[in-house]
Design a protein around this ligand. Sequence first.
Ligand SMILES: [Zn+2]
Ligand SMILES: [Zn+2]
Length: 83
Amino acid sequence: MTNRHRCMEDGCDANAIECVIPGGSQHEDVPEWFCPTHAVTAGYCGGCGVFIAGGDDRFDCGASPFCEHCREADDDEEDTDGD
Ligand SMILES: [Zn+2]
Ligand SMILES: [Zn+2]
């Protein structure tokens, strides 16, 4: 066995990222593993796997499946191109 994790989504065999709920007292120490696509589907950031579902800004404008941190990183990259 390798250290590689597979997506928990049934039928999905993609490499997974660790999905965690920040400060989650209900699900502590029970990380889930999803590929970026299914992480987003399950309510996690597609970039780092932090849980973002239920946040006021999630899909606020049909927009970002990423947490603020990842959005900032993405914006920063775009800035280097357009600013
Ligand atoms: Zn998947
Ligand atoms: Zn993120």
